[in-house]
Design a protein around this ligand. Structure first.
Ligand code: SF4
Length: 343
């Protein structure tokens, strides 16, 4: 074989072996319900409802998350978190677009305050997965800041209120921001002397583990504020392979990582998956923080589990797990000064 052909082959092999960046994985995410159904070999009967429901809230799922689903199983607990279903087009009147009344918590463009001492920035409307039960599936993200300059009123408001000690980056998912944008926002927050803690609510380490890069960790470790990550996993089958490695990396890098789970019918409303989820989180160094009662958002009624069932599950978890592995079972009630404990 001639030398140049040999080196061409080496270059190609290198290109093939190189893992995708998180941005490339996002670009390749599945958006088409028919493609998802084909990839997993699911029944054709799901197609019509999936297409209709996806018109209300588009499908979006990463390859990494899809790889953790069981092919051919329409009841797979990870699939049910992302597959649009005809049931989403039922609208019982008690399920509304803004059940948490977040519109009334607006302090400035992109800034909400619900609780004393903490404020929340809607840092982006983008996510790496569209969770069908999402409490912000109808949120008017288009009204929120896009350019860094658009955040000035929010920074001004934060600077002027010394009672705010913790800033929460939410969304959407704040880790969808580029490192440069995230770094610029954190730098501005670092300049506000009374902010002690930076909390980041993100599902990316779970659904797009390649987002956990050395550069991201360095960014999070270099802030003057104490960083806290709150990830979001609902089922133990999520905490495997690259996801488990990403969580371990965050924890061993010295970051505090908590998890919140939403209690979801047919996905995790039994003691076995909840107990196993807690144990896998603990084994990865992540603290199970909250088990949330579903927020009553339009299109999500089929996910609801009764509070009495949730309370019974927590009792069973207490009898099986060490106390630090049992999450607090809570619901958010508009106007309350904190999450309301349910058990
Ligand atoms: S990642 Fe969070 S904000 Fe995004 S769709 Fe899921 S629950 Fe909603």
């Amino acid at each position: 074989m001639c030398e140049s052909l040999e080196s061409d082959i080496e270059i190609q092999a290198e290109t093939i072996r190189r893992p995708l960046t998180w941005q490339q994985e996002l670009a390749d995410a599945i958006r088409d319900p028919d493609l998802l159904i084909d990839r997993l070999g699911l029944p054709d009967a799901l197609r019509v409802g999936a297409r209709r429901a996806a018109e209300l809230f588009p499908l979006f799922v990463t390859e990494s998350f899809l790889q953790r689903m069981r092919p051919g199983d329409p009841r797979d607990p990870l699939l049910l978190q992302v597959l649009p279903l005809a049931a989403e087009t039922d609208f019982p009147p008690e399920f509304t677009a803004d059940p948490l009344e977040e519109a009334s918590a607006h302090q400035a463009a992109g800034l909400l305050q619900k609780y004393a001492g903490r404020a929340l920035m809607i840092s982006t409307g983008a996510c790496a997965i569209h969770c069908r039960y999402c409490f912000r599936r109808s949120f008017p993200y288009g009204d929120e800041p896009r350019r860094l300059a658009d955040w000035e009123p929010a920074f001004e408001r934060l600077r002027g209120d010394a009672s705010i000690r913790e800033i929460i980056l939410s969304g959407g998912d704040p880790l969808m921001l580029s490192d440069a944008r995230l770094s610029a926002i954190v730098a501005r927050l670092d300049e506000i002397p009374h902010l002690d803690r930076l909390r980041i609510h993100t599902r990316l380490p779970i659904v797009l583990p390649s987002r956990v890069t050395a550069r991201l960790i360095e960014l999070l470790r270099s802030t003057r504020m104490t960083p806290i990550l709150v990830v979001h996993a609902n089922h133990p089958a999520e905490i495997v392979s690259d996801c488990r490695d990403a969580l371990r990396l965050l924890v061993t890098s010295g970051l505090t990582v908590l998890n919140q789970t939403v209690l979801l019918a047919r996905i995790n409303d039994a003691v076995e998956p909840l107990a196993e989820l807690s144990l896998r989180l603990i084994n990865a160094g992540v603290i199970p923080y909250y088990l949330h009662q579903l927020d009553r958002v339009s299109g999500t009624a089929h996910f609801e589990v009764s509070e009495s069932r949730g309370g019974a599950l927590i009792e069973e978890l207490r009898s099986r797990l060490p106390g630090y592995a049992v999450p607090q079972y809570v619901r958010e009630v508009p106007g309350e000064q904190h999450k309301v404990p349910l058990a």
